[in-house]
Each structure stands twice: as structure tokens, then as C-alpha cells.
Design a protein around this ligand. Sequence first.
Ligand code: ZN
Ligand code: ZN
Length: 271
Amino acid sequence: MEKIITDLHMHSHFSPDASAPLEVLCRAAAEKHLTTIAITDHAEWHHQSQQYGFPLAEDYFAAIEACRMAFSPVGLTVLSGIELGNPHQFTRKAKNLLDAWSFDIVIASIHWLNGHNIHHATCFSGKSPDEVYIEYFLEIGRLAAAFDFDILAHFDRIFWQGTQLGAPLNAFRLEKYIRYAFDIMVRYNRVLELNTKFLGTPNNWNDTLITLLLWYRDAGGTKIVVNSDAHQPAEIGRNFALAEKLLPLAGFSLPESLFVPEPIAISDDKG
Ligand SMILES: [Zn+2]
Ligand SMILES: [Zn+2]
């Protein structure tokens, strides 16, 4: 079994919902024998978000540079990154940020659906759960088509809130909408993230993920990225062993199917 040795989605104290300095994240990653990480703090423009844009970019890049110097001798590559919340709805502001700063990894997330935070129960209020899920997959399609990014983060996050409300996703009932979202993602070259936060959750969580990953493959998705979305150092690389078991069940062989970020892409010399 191949080990997953990269984690390209985690948060430092440059995110309003995390508190670790970058060097603490790097030390934790090195202790877990990861070889490449990306520190991907939040940039948000929604009026309900806790932060506007990514205000401390200069300090963040100085910290990234210091970590690169400190951790490259121990074999850890530190990439810069950003997690953009709904960038397709704040296109000009998001593009300005990406033009001003050169991030190695650009992650996009749906954090907001119809004005509601997808992490909150209000996201489901006044509608049937299936209606909310359908809107969510249509929104993924709009995001993937309308904004240029590398990785779609935690596509399963909204299922968690639905599950808490007694309405877990029934993938087969919404198959055409889910396949539609994956078709667009593949057409625009967006890589799907397998977010490990909820891996191993009871009640068929992993079975649902396998079904969805199989449909992503059907759409032509060949690459996948396994990320922890750590908000604390101890969460880096969480559940990676479960991901290593799950991915082959969805037809993703390791390590060939894993997304390798461009700055460290290994040239193919096999001809
Ligand atoms: Zn997120
Ligand atoms: Zn995140």
C-alpha cells in the first residue's frame, strides 16, 4: 500500500478559525513524514464571513519563506496556498488577490449557498434536503466553470450538516446533478479533493464517497488530492490510512492518481 505523503490543505493563524503559527504546522507535518504541504488560509468576501479578503498576505508570505528555509533541509517542501470561499461570486476581488500574490495552490470552496453558511443548519431551512443538495451541485458547476482554480475542497462538507439533520445524501436519487457537477469540473481541469475530516463516519459515509468518486472517474477525472483541512497541527494527515484503503475501491490507484502540484512536478523521463 502506497502512503500518501502530501497534505495540500491546512490552516494557520492567518485564518480566523485556526491559531497555529506556520512553523508549528510544518513541524507537525515533518514529524508525520510528509514531504510536501500547502498552507491554505481563508480568503472570504461574503458579508457574513469573519474576515474580508486575505488582509495579511505580506506577513503570510514572509512566514512561508521562513518555513521554506527552515524545513527544506529536513525534506519538507512548503507551498503557499489559499482557500477561496465562493470566488465565482466575488470574481474581481478574488482575481485581484491572485494577481497580487503568487500562490502555488489555489483551492476553491463552496462555503455559502443561497446566502447561508453550508456549515450551519439554516442552510437547509425552508427547503427539502434534496432541493438544497441539488442547488449545491449546480453551484459547484458554476464555480468550476466561472473561476480558475486548482482544487475543489471538501465537496462532501454539506452532506455532514444534512446528515446531522437526518437527511444524509442519497446519491443515486440525485445522480444526474452530481454527474453534471463532475462533468464540468473535469472539463475545466479542476481536481477533486478527498477531504479526510469525516472519513470513517458511520452510516455508509465512505460508501457514498466511493459512489461519488466512481462518478468523478466516469466523468474523466483521473487525479485526486487527499487533504486533511487541518485547523490544528494534530489534524495534519488525519485519516490518511483510511483514504489509502478507500481510493482503490473507487478505481484510483496510488500513487499514480494523486495530484502532484506543479512546482514540484517530477518530469516523466520514461519516454
Ligand atoms: Zn472550507
Ligand atoms: Zn479549509
